[in-house]
Design a protein around this ligand. Structure first.
Ligand code: ADP
Ligand code: ZN
Ligand code: ZN
Length: 734
């Protein structure tokens, strides 16, 4: 007994330090006696020939420490910067998404903190009286009126006052300087806080019975983990339910996290939240600069920001009293990170809510099949909004049979006539085509030659003044002659936004057009301006990609034309149909808002397609049921779990060999292994690309197999020229 206590006394600690982007979870260090790092604190450590920033992820008592163990140099944080809760969440992500901690932890810290910045709010100078007012009045010349006034003003304040506030009160910096020199006032440093909101609060709306019922159910389960799906079309009043739910959560002194898709985070949405609450709301999205990001993070971390609205990465925001997570448009693909750690922010949020024992609310008009399946399995609780909050006329959806029709730049004659009718009635028309550029390819009319990207197995996309590879970004001049037969008859095949826009400009010269795609709207502000222009009715004919599919209210829009539904029907990815249905439902929902009836035309070569017809006649839910049935039969998600191993190399033979060895190993592990097969884009930027699909009915078995495989890879360093990654629950098999 005594001996072991003695041993414990002599025990030292080995500190496990995670160093970002080192492909490992951590490295072992020891600490000099004067340092006592805690888990979650940052340190500077020697690593190879450099000093790197690390995060303590484990402390292991050891009787002896191996001699060559290096010492931690500096401790940056006295208390953990990464909270226990987020650290545990990151560990789960690391296991589930098969990514080392050194890739996962950086996701949870702003760049400034990954570079060692002190974790605190920016400080600003403020001033207060250093002496009682009576003494100051004696020290300051009686004739110096401004100085006397400022002293009197400061005496009345219950907290230090910033220079800016003094200026607003009409005191110049000269007056301030004099009083400082006279040592009548002193300077304190205080955290810089956003100005308190001054606007009047907008009252909550009176909920309709469905909204009321949903809110009651949600509020009744405020203290446990439970996942709810709020299903209702755009305009059915989901956001109003979010707002009132958040209100009740804030009243209990808790914080709220709202995740929205990239495209969904508009100034209008933020303004709507701001108008409703006086509590501090911070917005986190990809175009913040690093200081703004650090500021929002720190305000949330210290519990001052009560509501966080953000895109995917905001799921990692530290919030000490988080009480609710809301995910709007939960089916949206932008919640899945497609590079690095390929996490799904929706699934991470579910896990976070689960661990915190708090409710989570998913909202959508067109829920993902995973979510619908979980509702069916009674894992999630469905709340529906079917009454439109605003009166709506029913939609009129028609298929336009493109077979044997001559197309004018992608549009059928009958389509053009309908467009004309709507325009003549002073209404707005949206032409939806999910393909940017002028045309998919430029083809020789004589011999069929197309210009390919020399670095990728892909044709170059024709844009107005150049050819661009959409995979590697290569730009080429448009050739005058065919590269094979020298004919000068090069013609664009197929249509993109640019081509349709240009054609319609000539065809309907009397109307104003607008084009909304990634090329036309490179900046977020440009998109905002254009949307405002459309909203005010300044453009009648709008040509756009999925940037226009959701969330925008165009009151005079009465016709939506879907130029090409076929791409989604025949895509090789098994999820393409689900995404097409979501997109079509959303785009169709744009038409006929407010008092105008709406019409939707969907152009297709396959008007008999049964699933397309289900969607049109019975709606999204019915189609979702049919697709689910097909998925069950095909043993695909959500019934089965998938993981995709992608790898690339400049050397095709080495790549094939690498996959063969992996396959042999994986085969012993009780999971299904399909492939390897060339990736849908087999060569990109001079790299050969292949993939191997793994499948299992059990998430656990699949996860265990992948963990074993990764360990095996680490031990048997197979081939250095091969770069690989694993995508768990891939949403896109390309
Ligand atoms: P969603 O989020 O489903 O698109 P919103 O909450 O944005 O729906 O509601 C659409 C419109 O209807 C908004 O202008 C909103 O102010 C209004 N609205 C929502 N609920 C009500 C209600 N109970 N009474 C009156 N107007 C409502
Ligand atoms: Zn040719
Ligand atoms: Zn390319």
């Amino acid at each position: 007994m005594r001996q072991s206590r003695m041993a414990a006394l002599c025990m030292k600690n080995i500190y496990q330090v995670c160093i970002p982007h080192t492909a490992r979870d951590y490295f072992d260090y020891q600490a000099p006696a004067e340092l006592e790092p805690t888990i979650g604190a940052r340190v500077w450590v020697p690593f190879r020939k450099k000093i790197r920033l690390g995060i303590i992820v484990g402390i292991v008592p050891a009787a002896t420490i191996p001699e060559n163990t290096r010492f931690i140099e500096t401790l940056i944080d006295e208390s953990p910067l990464l909270t226990e809760e987020l650290f545990a969440l990151c560990q789960w992500i690391s296991r589930y998404y098969q990514s080392p901690l050194s890739e996962v932890l950086p996701l949870a810290l702003p760049k400034k903190y990954r570079e060692g910045a002190v974790a605190q709010l920016p400080m600003t100078e403020a001033f207060q009286l250093a002496l009682p007012l009576t003494e100051v009045q004696v020290k300051v010349a009686p004739r110096a009126q401004k100085q006397q006034q400022m002293a009197a003003f400061l005496a009345e304040q219950d907290k230090p006052v910033t220079k800016k506030e003094l200026q607003q009160m009409g005191f110049s910096s000269a007056v301030l300087k004099t009083l400082l020199q006279l040592q009548c006032i002193n300077t304190v440093l205080q955290p810089q806080l956003p100005p308190p909101p001054a606007h009047e609060l907008q009252p909550s709306l009176t909920l309709n019975s469905e909204q009321q019922e949903a809110l009651q159910v949600l509020m009744a389960h405020g203290h446990e983990y439970r996942c709810f799906l709020l299903q209702g079309v755009t305009g059915s009043g989901k956001t109003e339910v979010y707002l009132q739910l958040i209100q009740s959560v804030l009243q209990q002194g808790k914080q709220a996290l709202v995740l929205v898709p990239e495209i969904g985070l508009t100034p209008q949405l933020v303004a709507r939240f701001m108008a409703r609450f006086h509590e501090l709301i911070m917005v986190i999205h990809s175009s913040l600069n690093e200081s703004e990001r650090q500021y929002a993070w720190q305000l949330a971390h210290e519990g001052m920001a009560r509501i966080i609205i953000g895109t995917r990465a905001a799921v990692f925001t530290p919030m000490p009293s988080l009480g609710i997570i809301i995910i709007d448009e939960e089916h949206d693909l932008s919640f899945k990170q497609m590079e690095g750690v390929r996490y799904s922010a929706r699934d991470v949020a579910l896990m976070r809510a689960h661990r915190l024992h708090i409710p989570i609310l998913l909202g959508s008009a067109t829920p993902s099949l995973e979510t619908l399946y979980n509702v069916e399995q009674k894992k999630y609780q469905l709340l529906r909004l079917t009454q439109r909050a605003e009166a709506q006329k029913p939609l009129h959806v028609q298929l336009v049979d493109l077979r044997a029709q001559t197309l004018e730049h992608g549009l059928a004659k009958s389509t053009l006539n309908v467009i004309k009718e709507h325009l003549q009635q002073q209404n707005q028309v949206l032409i939806f085509i999910n393909r940017r550029g002028f045309a998919p390819v430029l083809m020789c009319h004589q011999c069929g030659w197309m210009m390919d990207c020399p670095a990728c197995d892909s044709h170059l996309t024709l844009h107005k003044h150049q050819l661009i590879c959409h995979h590697c970004g290569l730009i080429k001049m448009i050739p005058k002659k065919c590269g094979r037969c020298s004919s000068d008859e090069l013609i664009p095949v197929g249509a993109g936004t640019q081509r349709i826009h240009e054609f319609l400009t000539h065809y309907f010269p009397q109307y104003t057009l607008s084009r909304v795609d990634r090329d036309a709207m490179r900046k977020k502000e440009a998109l905002e301006l254009e949307l405002a222009r459309i909203q005010q009715g300044k453009a009648q004919l709008i040509v756009g990609t999925q940037m226009l599919a959701k969330g925008h209210h165009f009151p005079r829009l009465t016709l939506v034309v879907v130029v090409d539904a076929d791409a989604g029907l025949y895509h090789q990815d098994f999820r393409a149909l689900e995404h097409l249905a979501q997109l079509l439902t959303q785009v169709a929902g744009r038409a006929g808002r407010a008092e105008y009836p709406g019409q939707v035309l969907i152009q297709t070569h396959e008007p008999q397609h049964p699933l397309l017809n289900t969607l049109i006649r019975k709606g999204y839910d019915a189609l979702a049921q049919e697709i689910l049935l097909m998925r069950r039969q095909a043993q695909l998600p959500p019934y089965y779990y998938l993981a995709l191993i992608r790898a690339q190399s400049h050397d095709l033979e080495q790549l094939k060999q690498w996959f063969q060895q992996c396959k042999i190993f994986l085969h012993q592990l009780n999971i299904e292994v399909m492939g390897p097969a060339p990736a849908p884009l087999p060569r990109k930027a001079h790299q050969h690309r292949m993939q191997l699909l793994l499948k299992s009915a059990s998430r656990k078995i699949l996860q265990a197999a992948l963990t074993q495989w990764r360990e095996w890879l680490t031990i048997n360093k197979l081939n250095n020229s091969v770069r690989w990654n694993v995508d768990i629950d891939p949403v896109d098999l390309s």
